[in-house]
Design a binder for this molecule. Structure first.
Ligand code: ADP
Ligand code: MG
Length: 311
């Protein structure tokens, strides 16, 4: 668990981060979203102490980060930034192995880890481990950058606009990959973006920043259903497109077996209506009927995944 407690950073007259308090659960993805200059990067960089807070503190599993040497702290916390920051004169394998080498891992363990990560990112180790960054596509470089940040199984991975340089189609793939790999490894990730759509797709929780303040911190469904401020509402408004698409798809496409409670919906109702029903009643699934007969359920999760596919 990561506890951010009243964290503040002041630069001269600028309150870059203003008394932010939030708790991040282990094994989850938290997305910090806001417009440019809202303090996202500064917040992230105070967590691994690339910036020192003006006041407040961060605790990782109960232990304040200021009690530890910054360079040791940063070995436990992965950091991935836009433009991946790969070393151009090192091979893919050596790039991924940077932190494990620092930690003194034995060669066979490093090699196994590099191959495991390349495989996870759908890059054949035999084909890619000896290449140089310039010999990779943008999407591949970005994957190696994330693999490097995950190489030592950090307790926490901080990602600052990691997909910012990717075109929209590759970006959706990269987001899917990250989700899958995060679930596989059980990693705890805090990711910064200015893109509310990315926040809603990726986040277990979404933290919305405005002018250095945390204005809402909630699950994506709640952010959409009950934006805390007009600013959050405007940001969510931009995400309308996948929701509009959901209104065109019937429940029948996503029916599955499993429990669901509450009022049933007909199979020809739209996913958007089911999404609204979930949000409105706080359910994670709705029962589905065809001509009045129960035929299964549709889950919030499945609807969300479908929205991602079509975005
Ligand atoms: P974001 O990542 O959301 O775009 P930042 O955290 O980079 O926002 O910046 C928040 C505010 O703090 C901005 O007004 C920015 O100009 C200011 N700021 C960030 N870093 C510095 C710095 N090193 N010195 C002075 N002002 C800074
Ligand atoms: Mg930034």
């Amino acid at each position: 668990m990561i506890e951010i407690d009243n964290l503040t950073k002041t630069y001269g007259d600028t309150q870059a981060v203003d008394a932010v308090t939030m708790t991040v659960e282990t094994g989850s993805i938290t997305v910090i979203v806001g417009t440019s200059g809202s303090g996202k990067t500064t917040l992230l960089r105070m967590i691994n102490r690339l910036e020192e807070p003006t006041s407040g503190e961060v605790r990782i599993n109960g232990k304040p980060t200021h009690a530890e040497k910054p360079h040791l702290l940063r070995r436990r916390i992965g950091y991935a930034i836009q433009g991946h920051g790969l070393f151009p004169h090192h091979t893919v394998a050596r790039n991924i192995a940077a932190v494990p080498r620092l930690l003194g891992w034995k060669k066979p363990k490093i090699r196994a880890r590099v191959d495991e990560l390349l495989t996870l990112f759908s890059m054949d180790p035999a084909a890619f481990r000896d290449r140089y960054p310039a010999e990779l596509s943008g999407g591949q470089q970005q994957r190696v950058g994330v693999a490097r940040a995950l190489a030592s199984r950090p307790e926490l991975l901080l990602m600052d606009e990691p997909f910012g340089a990717l075109d929209p189609i590759i970006r959706a793939r990269a987001q899917d990959d990250l989700r899958r790999i995060q679930q596989h490894l059980g990693s705890t990730i805090m990711l910064v973006t200015h893109d509310m759509e990315e926040a809603i797709r990726l986040g277990d929780k979404v933290a919305v920043m405005d002018g250095g303040k945390l204005v809402q911190y909630a699950a994506p469904a709640e952010i959409i259903a009950k934006p805390a401020t007009d600013f959050v509402g405007d940001m969510v408004g931009d995400v309308d497109r996948p929701l509009r698409l959901l209104s065109l798809i019937p429940l029948s496409e996503l029916i599955e077996d499993g429990p669901a409670e509450g009022e049933a919906m007909p199979a020809d109702a739209s996913l958007r209506e089911a999404l609204a029903a979930c949000l409105w009643t706080g359910r994670t699934a709705v029962p589905v009927t065809r001509e009045g007969v129960h035929v299964g359920r549709v889950t919030f999760e499945a609807i969300r995944n479908r929205a991602e596919l079509h975005a």
